[in-house]
Design a protein around this ligand. Structure first.
Ligand code: CUK
Ligand code: CUA
Length: 763
């Protein structure tokens, strides 16, 4: 290890020494090391995580946002945050919860008719094809309010929230089957399945239930099909984490439980608390379920409808032989199927061991009808000894397990020890341990949930950060620690503070598998993926008034909003539809109207509607909220809310400047000079093989689009000039220049791109 480090360091020092002398002559690498008090080990870690400007990361991680109800997207190995995705919680930047379409998505998460504007997200899952991450969709659960969300990774937007019809809380989700046929979600705290029925706690064993929901995912629609989803009724054992079988165990799923004691606490009545009662026995139960057969039984009409939802009752599941229990030690937490699907690894929070269950042994016991007992509900129990391949003592508080690209290698988090244990589950051997900071919950390897884990890096999701960062008050950020797992020994590389709720789990995918769009087809409602009814083409902008309903069909393009004045009467219901006509990458416009609590993020091609009641008379500026161009601040307008029956009393036009012919001539000169710049840039671009660069082709198209708009406007300023209307002549000429500026801006961006990416001369 020492020697390896020294070689690597000298290599880095060598390369950087060269760069340093060439670029930053003032600093030598040695000086920096000394000044900043860095060790060679630090330098190596920095070199392994640093992603130089212009370069991109190898993996993209999707982290649950914990109590923020959002998803955090960050990149590995640099640990740079790329995006927050609004999921269960309004997210102003994306207009999520402030425009009409996204409000509808959030409304899908209403419970009992009420808005729930927060969520406790725990487990994200990337959609899979043949057990491998395919990068198309992301699912995530809300533990507090039993809900599941679907995010489309073509635009990283939340498309759907579904509410569990029979649970009050859920935790064992989201976990997908190998082709994302179903998204698994297990209940947590037992409650009566009929939603609003009261039963006293004394009837806990009889009337309270757990369960598992299998949400049917319709990949073509990109949505959960609630009508084809179903659940399984389970005993009130406090079901916990789950995992779907894969390859060898395809068609099965596994769910832990942590309170098979069915203990009901009551400190206030002098009863010992839940924590004592729920950990009294040495074992709890893993639920083993044949979900494929369960789906067939539901299709055959064997389910019972509860709250309009198909529920396969325990009695049926037992009779049909699709539900089994196996004891597992002790207050287990994670249940993780190995990449080949042959083993299921369970970690007991209060046991030092992890237990490796063999799917083959489980199947043999089921086939032979070899059960040690039945639980109080009649579910057959397979003896632990008939199901276990091996048990390995790893340390205190084992929680979750992830897999390496190397066969039989697993990593398990040790909460109490604050360590990651690397071990071999085939040979039952501990290989390495690394201390993390501090108290680790989940851990995650690259594509570590799939049938083909990629290894390389591991992220430890530490619950406590304590002293790792500059203090920011009593509420500390989480500490996600990046660990290099490519060698025999794990190496800690980087501490990343994550300050948006407590993330429970993260999944990471090879960045190359993600193929997000850069723009929408013009007029798209991004939340439905359908054409938006308010979509408007350039030149067709209009305001329609019907009774007290005013509907604006507007457009956005650098740097103006059409229309620039909206006139309504107090009490009118106002809907403003806006289409972003841009085709250029990253030319997003935002939109808000002062004090009406609306906001839209309108990415290129998107159409968004905001709606409000103009319930107070007055003057309300509206503007673009993204700094989209040099004249962004001028991307503005006024909403005029007039008293009922208001009539103008002042005659005459708008306030004006006294422009002269000289002003007009000066503007024309500016236009000619700018055109010369544009011509020289065009000459350069067309002299090289720019057509080989799709990014540049898009910029050039957009540039010509902008320039094309000057033709009609030239006619206008010349007509005004003929009438000696200097104001209009000058201002329309200014508008020509505005388009030229945008053209030149794009052209220069294209030129720089070509120069930096090795464009070649063409004859
Ligand atoms: S849980 Cu939080 S550390 Cu919700 Cu997966 Cu284990
Ligand atoms: Cu559009 Cu600022």
């Amino acid at each position: 290890m020492k020697r390896l480090n020294r070689t690597a360091v000298s290599l880095v020092v060598g390369c950087m020494g060269f760069a340093a002398s060439a670029v930053w002559a003032a600093d030598s690498l040695q000086d920096v090391l000394k000044e900043r008090g860095l060790s060679q080990q630090d330098l190596l870690a920095a070199a392994k995580t640093y992603v130089p400007t212009g370069k991109r990361d190898e993996y993209v991680a999707f982290s649950s946002g914990g109590q923020s109800g959002q998803v955090i997207v960050y990149a590995i190995p640099s640990m740079r945050i790329l995006k927050y995705i609004g999921v269960f919680t309004p997210e102003p930047w994306q207009g999520y919860g402030f425009d009409e379409s996204s409000k509808k998505v959030l409304a899908g998460g209403k419970i009992d008719g009420k808005d729930i504007t927060w969520g406790d997200t725990h487990h994200p899952a990337i959609s899979e094809t043949n057990g491998e991450y395919d990068g198309q969709f992301l699912f995530i659960n809300d533990k507090a309010n039993p809900r599941l969300a679907v995010i489309d990774l073509r635009d990283f937007e939340t498309k759907q929230i579904v509410v569990n019809p029979i649970f009050k809380s859920e935790h064992g989700g989201a976990f997908v089957t190998t082709n994302s046929e179903y998204v698994i979600e297990a209940a947590q705290y037992a409650a009566p399945l009929e939603n609003k029925k009261f039963y006293p706690l004394e009837e806990f064993n009889e009337k309270y239930r757990g369960g598992i929901t299998y949400w049917k995912f319709d990949r073509k629609e990109g949505r959960i099909d609630t009508a084809k989803s179903f659940s399984l009724e389970l005993p009130p054992y406090s079901q916990d984490l789950s995992d779907a079988g894969k390859l060898a165990s395809e068609g099965w799923s596994f769910t832990n439980s942590f309170c098979s004691e069915r203990y009901v606490g009551g400190i206030e009545k002098g009863r010992p608390p839940y924590e004592a009662g729920c950990s009294a026995k040495d074992t709890d139960y893993m639920h083993v379920i044949n979900w494929k057969k369960a789906a067939e039984l539901v299709a055959a009409g064997k389910a019972k409808k509860i709250n309009g939802h198909d529920v396969l009752m325990m009695e049926t599941a037992i009779k049909e032989g699709i539900l089994f229990l196996i004891p597992e030690p002790k207050s287990p937490h994670g249940v993780d199927v190995t990449p080949d699907g042959k083993n299921i690894i369970v970690a007991g929070k209060l046991d030092t061991h992890v237990s490796v269950y063999s799917f083959e042994k489980i199947q043999a016991a089921i086939k032979a009808g070899k059960f040690e007992s039945k639980d109080p509900y009649g579910i057959p129990v397979i003896a632990m000894k008939d199901a276990i391949a091996t048990q390995v003592s790893l340390g205190l508080g084992p929680l979750h397990t992830q897999y390496d690209s190397k066969p039989c290698i697993a990593y398990t988090s040790l909460y109490v020890d604050s360590q990651v244990a690397k071990w071999n589950y085939c040979e039952g051997k501990v290989l390495d341990k690394l201390s993390v900071h501090y108290n680790i919950g989940h851990l995650m390897t690259m594509e570590g949930d799939s049938t083909k884990p990629a290894g390389k890096y591991l992220v430890a999701l530490n619950k406590l950060a304590i002293d790792r960062f500059v203090p920011v008050g009593p509420l500390h950020p989480q500490n996600h620690q990046l660990i290099d797992i490519s060698g025999d020994k794990m190496q800690l590389l980087y501490d990343m503070p994550l300050p948006l709720g407590e993330p429970h789990y993260v999944v990471a995918i090879d960045a190359k598998k993600l193929k997000p769009a850069v723009r929408y087809k013009v007029g798209t409602d991004s939340r439905t993926d359908q054409p938006h009814p308010g979509a408007t083409k350039a030149g067709e902008e209009r305001t329609v008034k019907k009774g007290n309903k005013v509907e604006v069909f507007g457009t956005l393009i650098r740097s103006h909003i059409t229309p620039e004045t909206i006139e309504v009467e107090v009490g009118d219901d106002v809907t403003i539809n806006l289409t972003n006509l841009e085709r250029a990458q990253d030319e997003t416009h935002g939109f808000t109207v002062s004090t009406f609590n609306v906001h839209a993020s309108v990415e290129p091609g998107k159409t968004v509607a905001v709606k409000f009641k103009a319930d107070k008379e007055g003057v309300y500026p509206y503007y673009c909220t993204e700094f989209c161009s040099a004249l962004h601040l001028e991307m503005q307008g006024y909403l005029l809310v007039k008293p009922k029956g208001w009539k103008p009393t002042k005659t005459g036009g708008l306030a004006a400047q006294n422009y002269t012919e000289a002003d007009y001539k000066a503007t024309l000169k500016k236009v000619a000079d700018t055109q010369a710049i544009i011509d020289s840039v065009v000459a350069y671009i067309t002299s090289v093989n720019y057509k080989d660069f799709p990014e540049v082709v898009a910029m050039v198209d957009d540039a010509f689009d902008q320039l094309g708009k000057t033709k009609d406007i030239k006619v206008k300023h010349e007509a005004a000039f003929a009438k000696k209307d200097w104001e209009n002549a000058n201002l329309w000429a200014e508008q020509v220049w505005q388009y030229q500026v945008k053209t030149a801006d794009l052209g220069l961006r294209a030129k720089t791109f070509l120069e930096q990416n090795g464009a070649k001369k063409v004859k």
